[in-house]
Structures are given as structure tokens and as C-alpha cells.
Write a protein that binds this ligand. Structure first.
Ligand code: NAP
Length: 308
């Protein structure tokens, strides 16, 4: 249940459960709402959404019902949502945050992230702009002071971009979190260590390489089928998905696997009764190829704020 999940104490003073539920690509009506009605009783408390995902209204409605039925209290939940790339200009930040709050039916979120360092004029990201994320950050800080969000952070930022925020004039709040792709093929050890040293927590997205999205992975096994991981799992009586999640928890970051399938929601939660040995941790790290599986960001290499 929920008390099995360890927390990360954020630099904002709040605690973030290390296992969360991803909600991207849950587009069928009631898909994510029904998933939450399984996930919350299973013990998930950290829910990851974004304006982009269009799942905020269904998540908000399901949570309202779960609270009404006494299954969970709002203060036990850790709700994360994200500012989309067409709202980086400072004057657009608070209205965007308020729109997400309205969609969720909540008066605050636990964490609000700048979804990408990249700024665009339009929702579809066809027209790049040069709205600097440092100005966006100043507007994010005001959301904390207004009580609309408890913690603020970023997503898809590299080390230099984090450093730029940490060194900016008049910084009031350091980023509490950076949410990035981390998989056995993309271990991000340098970024992780840099973040740990600077008090910035990390959340891993796409831990299984998003198998439902058919991202092309021609030159290597699909992440959940990597023989080394399957073999490690056999030693502990666990699936490769469970080994990957456990590896993340032991490396010290939060992780937000997406599932809307009741059996897989339970499987992904069942990772707190075993511990990978140091040797297996190292074997997992050795699978790193510095290779993204999620191709989304690669389309924008010419953007001035691309996280090279
Ligand atoms: N910040 C960002 O830019 C960013 C980018 C991408 C994702 N994210 C966040 O991270 C979350 C996770 O990433 P993701 O959704 O891209 O990919 P993912 O979590 O790596 O993979 C999700 C896929 O794996 C399947 N799955 C889940 N558990 C499984 C298991 N135990 N065994 C086999 N298959 C399993 C799911 O299918 P079923 O649902 O059928 O189980 C779904 O097709 C997203 O939902 C989103 O919240 C953030």
C-alpha cells in the first residue's frame, strides 16, 4: 500500500513519493479515470500529468470521486502537471497554470514543471520562439508565492540549462525537480549526480521505452526484452519491468511508469519487497548506450534552447 513507497524530500520542504503513475497516451474516454480507480487503492499517490496530455479533466474528476468515497485525501496525493511550450512568455504562465488547475478541479498542484526548455508560438510546436526559460522561471516562482503550486521544477533540461537557472540573478527558488527520460539505454548518470549534488530531485519518464508507442529501436532489443534484465529478474522472481523500476528507486530518482491495465498497475507497484545487489545495479548501468528511445525532442535540434 501507499506506505511502502519511499519519499524524496524536495528542496521546497515537501515530500514526493518515488513511484508515480504516468498518464500520457491515455486517450480513450474513461481510460485514465478507470486506471486511477485501480491505482489509488493499490497505493499510488503520485500522479503525473500535463496540459499536453489532455488527461487533467478526467484525472481531476476521478480524484474528486475517490476523495468523496473516502478512498484518499487530497493531502495524501502528489499531483504533478506541466506548463506547455506555447506559454513560456512570463505573462502566459499564471493563466496557463490556472487553466490546468481548473481542468483538474483543484486549487493547487504539488508540482508544476516547465515541460521543455523549448518555446513555441503554437500548441502544435510548428513555430519556434526565443522566450527564454529564465524569464519563464521567474513567473513560475510567483506561482509558489501565490499558493497555486507547492513546488516548481523543469523537465527535459540538461545540466547546462539547470546551471543557468541555478546561477541566474535574483533566483528565489531552485528547481525542485527535473523530469527526464531515463531507461537502461539512457542512464543519465552525470545529470543525476549533478542534480543530487545541487539538491534537485530527478524523475524518470518513459522507463520502459513506451512500448505502446512503437518507437523504433532497430539496432537493439526492446527495453523490456533486454536479455540481461530478464535474467536479473529471474533471480529475484521479478519481471524486467519490475527490475527497471527497482533500479531507478535504488539510484535515487522518482519514476512514473504509465499503465492503464489493472494487472500491470499492480505489477509496477510490487517492487518494494526486493533489493538489487550492487553487482546487478552495476550490470544494469553498463547497459547505458546514451541513446534516447523517446524521439519527441529530437525533432527540435535546431531550436536555440535544444538540450544538447
Ligand atoms: N516530461 C516529459 O517530457 C515526458 C515525456 C514522456 C512521458 N512522460 C511521463 O512519463 C510517463 C511514462 O512514460 P511513457 O508513458 O512514455 O512510457 P512507459 O511508462 O515507458 O511505457 C508505457 C507503456 O508500457 C506499457 N506497460 C506498463 N507497464 C508495463 C509492464 N509492467 N509490462 C509491460 N508493459 C507495460 C503500457 O501499457 P498498458 O497501459 O497497456 O499497461 C504502455 O504502453 C508518461 O505517461 C508521462 O506521464 C513525460
Amino acid at each position: 500500500m501507499a506506505d511502502k513507497v519511499p519519499f524524496i524530500r524536495l528542496n521546497s520542504g515537501y515530500d514526493m513519493p518515488m513511484l508515480g503513475l504516468g498518464t500520457y497516451n491515455s486517450f480513450r474516454p474513461n481510460e485514465v479515470g478507470d486506471a486511477l480507480k485501480v491505482a489509488i487503492p493499490t497505493g499510488y499517490r503520485h500522479i503525473d500529468t500535463a496540459w499536453l496530455y489532455k488527461t487533467e479533466p478526467e484525472i481531476g474528476a476521478a480524484i474528486k470521486e475517490l476523495i468523496k468515497d473516502g478512498k484518499v485525501k487530497r493531502e495524501e496525493l502528489f499531483i504533478v502537471t506541466k506548463l506547455w511550450d506555447n506559454c513560456h512568455e512570463p505573462e502566459k504562465v499564471e493563466p496557463a497554470c490556472r487553466a490546468s488547475l481548473e481542468a483538474l478541479g483543484m486549487d493547487y498542484v504539488d508540482m508544476y514543471l516547465i515541460h521543455f526548455p523549448l518555446s513555441f508560438a503554437d500548441f502544435e510546436r510548428t513555430v519556434p520562439t526565443v522566450a527564454d526559460y529564465l524569464d519563464t522561471w521567474r513567473a513560475m516562482e510567483k506561482l509558489v508565492d501565490k499558493g497555486l503550486v507547492r513546488s516548481i521544477g523543469v523537465s527535459n533540461f540538461n545540466k547546462q540549462q539547470l546551471e543557468r537557472i541555478l546561477n541566474m540573478d535574483g533566483l528565489k527558488y531552485k528547481p525542485a525537480n527535473n523530469q527526464v527520460e531515463i531507461t537502461p539505454y539512457l542512464a543519465e548518470e552525470d545529470l543525476l549526480q549533478f542534480s543530487l549534488k545541487n539538491g534537485i530531485s530527478t524523475t524518470a519518464y518513459g522507463p520502459f521505452g513506451a512500448p505502446g508507442q512503437n518507437y523504433i529501436q532497430e539496432d537493439a532489443p526492446k527495453i523490456l526484452e533486454i536479455p540481461t534484465i530478464v535474467e536479473i529478474g529471474k533471480k529475484y522472481g521479478k519481471s524486467s519491468a519490475q527490475v527497471i523500476l527497482r533500479w531507478g528507486i535504488q539510484r535515487g530518482y522518482a519514476i512514473v511508469p504509465k499503465s492503464t491495465n489493472p494487472a500491470r498497475l499492480a505489477e509496477n507497484f510490487d517492487i518494494f519487497d526486493f533489493e538489487l545487489s550492487e553487482e546487478d545495479m552495476k550490470t544494469m548501468l553498463d547497459l547505458d548506450r546514451g541513446q534516447r528511445v523517446n524521439p519527441t525532442i529530437l525533432k527540435f535540434k535546431d531550436h536555440p534552447f535544444y538540450p544538447h
